[in-house]
Write a protein that binds this ligand. Sequence first.
Ligand code: GTP
Ligand code: MG
Length: 196
Amino acid sequence: MIIRSAEFTISAVRLEQCPANGEPEIAFVGRSNVGKSSLLNKLLNRRNLARISGQPGKTQTLNFYHINNTFYLVDLPGYGYARVSKELRAKWGPMVEEYLMRRNSLIQVVQLIDVRHPPTRDDQQMFEWLHYHGRTPLVVATKADKIARGMYAKHTQQIRVNLGMQSSQLPVILTSADTGYGIQEVWDTLARKLKE
Ligand code: GTP
Ligand code: MG
């Protein structure tokens, strides 16, 4: 994918605030701190377009980035982070759910899993929930640079088993936002989806 332009469009907290031009969008979900914002920056080859933090809970709104004036990438708040206030969790849960369930222009959800650890209950629930709502996610494992190359296959297989991924045709793409590993494969897959 050649990125000719990447512009921040809006931070939305309700469906009505999302862009209304009907262009397709791809959203990134995953636990807090899994590396959603980092992956987005790496895909776009920008250092600081999406805000990144060592502290989980950094992204708290639906953040839209307009790419090549033709589609959007959407950075979502992470799930499974207990330390954000109850009030906030009560708000973003329904917000993200409503977005994932009802957004018509959403053509692909990318679910991120930290490759170092087996998927958590939250990850499993999100994966099942997405399936149930007809949003088969593209599974992307993050932080490949944190494990040895010799462990790639084992950890990727672990993710498949723990998520109960049925079809061996569905990929788990391993990536690193640090080294760029796997980024091309993610783009190839998303570009195919955008062409459908
Ligand atoms: P929330 O917005 O809180 O939901 O988190 P997020 O999923 O957007 O994570 P973010 O991109 O902010 O990254 C969290 C931390 O993980 C940061 O310290 C990043 O530098 C680090 N990180 C993300 N991706 C990678 C990666 O591929 N390799 C390494 N080594 N660190 C990464
Ligand atoms: Mg983030």
